[in-house]
Structure formats: structure tokens, C-alpha cells
Design a protein around this ligand. Structure first.
Ligand SMILES: Nc1ncnc2c1ncn2[C@@H]1O[C@H](COP(=O)(O)OP(=O)(O)OP(=O)(O)O)[C@@H](O)[C@H]1O
Ligand SMILES: [Mg+2]
Length: 252
């Protein structure tokens, strides 16, 4: 189970998508991709169309209960919902995608969050690899108490402030004793000598460094053209740097 964390806009979703590609190319899949960000966009990075989200299903189930509609085959509310979540897993190209989505209306995010956590854990048992793209910030870490993440990729932008946020995330993870197997920092979008300097800053903070992913103009072009990052050309510097980092982490 690989999860992403980091400040907003640092590249979590991009790195999640490229990590999924790495696993599909270099390991034996399938991969369960979980978009646990309420402002879903992992699907775009992967080039997959989303037809439903866990948040929406929950609203629909609640509406059904409120309106007193008959449930098929006398299923309990829980059973019906279980079934619907299984149905909401989007299957494409060796990747199964589960999207949390945003609860419609005045719904509480916590509910959709709890549900996605429960189903991630449940579904995780049947997949060799699970990659969870999280929302920015640290809240999801304190909420996520049930499952064990084997590898946490903390993504920072190429700024000292970014590395400081990574340090806080690292400390929070230690404090919360989340049972995370390994956690490393990835400094994304570096250019020239900045990377080496920031790496030094991170080392001084006692962070374990996975490596640097350089600024990649192809990502920028793909973004502009609305092409999925998942489909970056094989010679992309970001893709190759991330692959080298993941190689060094020796993911079984
Ligand atoms: N190595 C890179 N080189 C160039 N552009 C990049 C690189 N990594 C990410 N980007 C660009 O940076 C922007 C933010 O990336 P991304 O959406 O992956 O960040 P995020 O951390 O998931 O953001 P959020 O916190 O909003 O979920 C995107 O436009 C993406 O194309
Ligand atoms: Mg994101």
C-alpha cells in the first residue's frame, strides 16, 4: 500500500499516476488506485473517465432510504451500499480506480472519508498494489488510523517552505504512530543546483530522502493539451527520475 502526502500543488497526483505506471510496467498488477481527494483528479492524470463516486453513491443510498424505496432482494442498507461500492470501481488498463468524490449537498466529508477508508482496506486484500492519492495537508493522516501504509511518499515543491511542510508531515506521522513501513521525501520540480541545496536542507531536518524529480516541460505540455500524465513518453525526465527512486526503494 503506497500513499501520497504533501502540501497543495506539490505534485502528489502526478507522482501517484507515474507510480501506478511504474507498478504496471515493472511489477505484476493489477493496481487499485484510490482517489481520496474530494476534489478528484487522479482519473485525469490516469486518463480514465469517472462515472460515479463513493460520495455520490452514499447520497443516493441515503435518498433511497429517506424516500422509503424498496431495496432489491431485501438487502440491508449496508449490503446495498457494499454492492454499489463494488460496482463503482472503475476498471481500465490493469488499473481499478475508486474515487471518493465530494458528497453532494450539505453532506459531511468525514462520512465519505470513513467509507473510502473502509472500502480501501476491504478491497486492498484482493490487490497486490494499492496507490492512494490524498488531498493536500495533514488531516487525512490523522483520520487514517486503520490501515497500514507500507510506503508513504511525501512530496515537496522545490522550496524551503515545502521541505518544512514535509518535515511537519513526517513528525505528525511519527507522533501518530500510524504504522507506516517506510516514508521518504520526494522533492519535485527541481532544476539546476536547487535540488542539491534542498536535499541538504531536508537532510538537516532528519528526513529520509527518496530523491529528486526534476521540472519536466513535457508534463507542462501534456497538462496544456489535456493529455494524461500517465501517458508521458518513455524518455520523460520526471518519469525516469521517479522510476529510479522507486527502484531504489525496492518495492517487492
Ligand atoms: N515534475 C514536474 N514538472 C513539471 N510540472 C509538474 C511536475 N510535477 C507536477 N507538475 C505540474 O504541477 C501541477 C500540480 O501537480 P499535481 O496536481 O500533481 O499536484 P497535487 O499535489 O496533486 O495538487 P493538489 O494538492 O491540488 O491535489 C500540475 O499542473 C502538474 O502538471
Ligand atoms: Mg492532487
Amino acid at each position: 500500500m503506497i500513499a501520497l502526502a504533501g502540501k497543495g500543488g506539490t505534485g502528489k497526483t502526478s507522482i501517484a499516476a507515474l507510480t501506478i505506471r511504474y507498478l504496471l510496467e515493472k511489477r505484476t498488477g493489477p493496481v487499485l488506485a484510490v482517489d481520496a481527494d474530494s476534489n478528484a483528479c487522479l482519473n485525469e492524470a490516469l486518463g480514465i473517465t469517472v462515472h460515479t463516486t463513493v460520495g455520490r453513491l452514499r447520497e443516493e443510498s441515503l435518498d433511497a432510504v429517506r424516500s422509503g424505496a424498496n431495496r432489491p432482494g431485501g438487502m440491508s442498507m449496508e449490503q446495498l451500499f457494499d454492492y454499489q461500492v463494488q460496482q463503482s470501481v472503475i476498471e481500465a488498463k490493469g488499473i481499478d480506480l475508486l474515487v471518493m468524490g465530494r458528497p453532494e449537498g450539505p453532506g459531511c466529508y468525514c462520512a465519505a472519508n470513513n467509507i473510502i477508508r473502509k472500502y480501501t482496506d476491504k478491497l486492498a486484500e484482493t490487490y497486490p498494489y494499492v496507490v492512494i492519492d490524498n488531498e493536500a495537508g495533514m488531516e487525512h493522516l490523522s483520520r487514517r488510523t486503520t490501515h497500514t501504509v507500507d510506503l508513504l511518499l511525501i512530496v515537496s515543491d522545490p522550496t524551503v517552505k515545502g521541505v518544512q511542510t514535509a518535515k511537519r508531515i513526517n513528525e505528525l506521522v511519527n507522533e501518530l504512530q500510524l504504522g507506516i513501513g517506510n516514508k521518504v521525501l520526494i522533492i519535485n520540480r527541481t532544476s539546476g543546483p536547487d535540488g542539491a541545496k534542498l536535499k541538504k536542507v531536508a537532510e538537516d531536518y532528519g528526513l529520509s530522502i527518496g530523491g529528486l524529480v526534476p521540472q519536466d516541460s513535457t508534463i507542462f505540455e501534456y497538462d496544456l493539451d489535456g493529455k494524461p500524465i500517465f501517458a508521458l513518453p518513455q524518455n520523460s525526465t520526471a518519469l525516469n527520475s521517479l522510476s529510479a527512486i522507486l527502484d531504489s526503494l525496492r518495492i517487492p
